[in-house]
Design a binder for this molecule. Structure first.
Ligand SMILES: Cc1cc2nc3c(=O)[nH]c(=O)nc-3n(C[C@H](O)[C@H](O)[C@H](O)COP(=O)(O)OP(=O)(O)OC[C@H]3O[C@@H](n4cnc5c(N)ncnc54)[C@H](O)[C@@H]3O)c2cc1C
Length: 429
C-alpha cells in the first residue's frame, strides 16, 4: 500500500487485534503508536489454542444450549461455569445472550460471522506474505471428533456446515486413524475442516508481527491508558503520569475495552469468558488441531508440546485464575490420546480473558458520534482467527475507503437505540 498519510494513530491494546491493526495501519502510511500496559501480547492472545477456526460461523447463543445451561453453569469443573460471586454482574450479558438465540438474530449473526471468517485466512496471507512470514500458518485442516454422538446428529451438523459453504468432510473411525493414528480408538467419527490453519506458537506469532511493525517505524509504548478525551481536532490519551495525543484512536483493549468506550456514551455489554490451557510435554503424535464435540475442548500441536485448551468461566477480569479448571482438561486429553501416559509441562497452566459480546460478534468500525475514534474489540473465541481481517477493515475505514464487508452488523450502535450507524462510513471527512 502506498504511503499516503502521516496522520498519527494511537492503537490501545497490543493483543493480536491491536498488533494486526497497528501493523496494517503503519503499512498504509500512518504514524502509529501501540500502547499496552503489560507489554506485547501478554493478554488473551498469548495462550490461545492457535486455531484459525474459520469454520466457526455459528454463534454460541444457540437454543440447544438452554437445556444444558443450568447443569453446566454450576459444575465447578465443567466446560461452562459461572462463579456464584459473579452471577448478578453476568445476568445482563446472559439475558442478551438468550435473546440472541432466537431464529432471526441467530441467522443474522451467522451471516456476519461467516463474512469475517470467509476472508480471515486470505487477510493473514496478504499480511504474512508481504513480510515473508507465510510459514507462520500451518495448513493441515482440523478435526472435530465424536465418540458417542449418534450418526444422525453428526450428519445434521455436517449438513449445516455444508449448507453454509464450509469445506468439510465427514470421516469414519478408519479415516480418522489414517490422518491421526495417535488418537484413541474411542473416536468413531470426525468432521475434517479443510480451509482452516493453526499456529504452532500463538505468542511468537504476535511477536513476529510486532517486529515487522517496529521495522516499519511503528512505536510501542508500554503504558496503561486510563482516559481518552476528544479535543478540538485530536484525541488526548492519558494516565496518571502522562498525556499523549493522536489524530485517530483505535481501541483494541480486548476484555478491558469497555471502560475506555463507555465515557464516550456508548453502551457495550462486553464481558469476559475466561478460558484455560495447559501444556503437555510432547505433541503425542498429533499433526493438526483436534477438538472434541462431547468434551468441549481442543488439543493443538505446538512447538513446545501439545496445548490442551478450552472451557468458559464467567468470573470477571480481576479474579485470580482457578488452576483446577485447567487441570480438569487433562483427563479429557488422556481419554482422547492413544498414549494415555501423558505428562504435563511444569508451570504450564494459563488463563486468558476472551472479550465476549452476547451476539458472538466483535465491534469493528468508527464511533457513530466521534469521528476518528475506532473500535476493534469483542472477538470472543475467534480473535486469533479474525485479527488480520479486522485490521484490513479498520485500515479501510481509517483511510476513508469502502470496507470490503458491510460493517453495520459489527457497529457499536447495535447495543443502544441512540447511536446510529450507517452501512458504510462516509467516505469524506
Ligand atoms: C483458552 C483459549 C483458547 C482460545 N483459542 C482460540 C483459537 O484457537 N482461535 C482463535 O481465533 N481464538 C482463540 N481464543 C480467543 C482469542 O485468544 C481472543 O479472542 C484474542 O486473543 C483477543 O485478542 P485481543 O487483542 O482483542 O485481546 P488481548 O489479547 O487480551 O489484548 C488486549 C490487550 O489490551 C491491553 N490493555 C487492556 N486495557 C488497557 C489499557 N487501559 N491501556 C493499555 N493497554 C490495555 C491488555 O494488556 C492486553 O494486552 C482463545 C481464547 C482462550 C482463552
Amino acid at each position: 500500500m502506498a504511503e499516503q498519510n502521516k496522520q498519527q494513530i494511537a492503537v490501545v491494546g497490543a493483543g493480536i487485534i491491536g498488533i494486526c491493526c497497528a501493523l496494517n495501519l503503519q503499512r498504509a502510511g500512518f504514524d502509529v503508536t501501540l500502547y499496552d500496559e503489560n507489554g506485547l501480547a501478554q493478554g488473551c492472545s498469548k495462550g490461545n489454542a492457535g486455531h484459525f477456526a474459520t469454520e466457526q460461523i455459528f454463534p454460541l447463543a444457540h437454543p440447544s444450549l438452554l437445556k444444558k445451561l443450568p447443569g453446566m453453569l454450576f459444575n465447578p469443573l465443567g466446560p461452562l461455569r459461572i462463579d456464584w460471586r459473579y452471577i448478578i454482574q453476568a445476568l445482563p450479558w446472559f439475558w442478551l445472550f438468550t435473546k440472541n438465540m432466537r431464529h432471526k438474530p441467530f441467522r443474522a449473526n451467522t451471516l456476519a460471522l461467516k463474512a469475517l471468517n470467509k476472508r480471515a485466512i486470505t487477510a493473514y496471507e496478504n499480511l504474512l506474505n508481504e513480510f515473508n512470514l507465510a510459514s507462520l500458518l500451518t495448513k493441515k485442516g482440523s478435526l472435530l471428533t465424536f465418540e458417542a454422538t449418534p450418526l444422525s446428529q453428526i450428519n445434521a451438523m455436517y449438513s449445516s456446515f455444508l449448507d453454509q459453504g464450509i469445506a468439510v468432510e465427514l470421516l469414519n473411525a478408519e479415516e480418522v486413524k489414517i490422518l491421526e493414528p495417535n488418537l484413541s480408538d474411542t473416536i468413531k467419527h470426525a468432521l475434517l475442516f479443510k480451509d482452516v490453519a493453526h499456529s504452532v506458537d500463538p505468542h511468537l506469532f504476535c511477536l513476529n508481527l510486532a517486529d515487522k511493525f517496529s521495522a516499519l517505524g511503528g512505536k510501542f509504548c508500554q503504558q496503561k491508558i486510563t482516559s481518552i478525551k476528544q479535543t478540538q481536532s485530536t484525541y488526548a490519551l492519558s494516565n496518571d503520569e502522562q498525556t499523549f495525543t493522536a489524530d485517530k484512536v483505535v481501541i483494541a483493549a480486548g476484555a478491558w475495552s469497555k471502560s475506555l468506550v463507555e465515557p464516550f456514551g456508548y453502551k457495550v455489554p462486553l464481558d469476559t469468558e475466561r478460558g484455560y490451557h495447559c501444556m503437555l510435554a510432547s505433541n503425542y503424535g498429533l499433526s493438526r488441531p483436534v477438538a472434541s464435540a462431547e468434551r468441549s475442548f481442543i488439543m493443538t500441536p505446538m512447538s513446545q508440546g501439545l496445548r490442551v485448551a478450552g472451557t468458559v468461566e464467567f468470573a470477571g477480569t480481576e479474579r485470580k485464575m482457578n488452576n483446577k479448571r485447567a487441570l480438569a482438561l487433562l483427563p479429557n486429553a488422556k481419554a482422547m490420546l492413544k498414549n494415555s501416559a501423558i505428562s504435563l509441562q511444569p508451570s504450564s497452566v494459563w488463563m486468558g480473558c476472551r472479550p465476549s459480546l452476547p451476539d458472538s460478534l466483535p465491534v469493528i468500525g468508527e464511533a457513530p458520534y466521534h469521528p476518528n475514534l475506532f473500535f476493534a474489540f469483542g472477538h470472543q473465541h475467534l480473535g486469533l482467527t479474525q485479527g488480520a481481517i479486522t485490521s484490513e477493515l479498520i485500515t479501510a475505514v481509517c483511510l476513508r475507503r469502502r470496507a470490503e464487508i458491510d460493517l453495520k452488523p459489527y457497529c457499536i450502535s447495535r447495543f443502544s437505540t441512540q447511536a446510529a450507524c450507517s452501512s458504510q462510513l462516509p467516505l469524506a471527512q
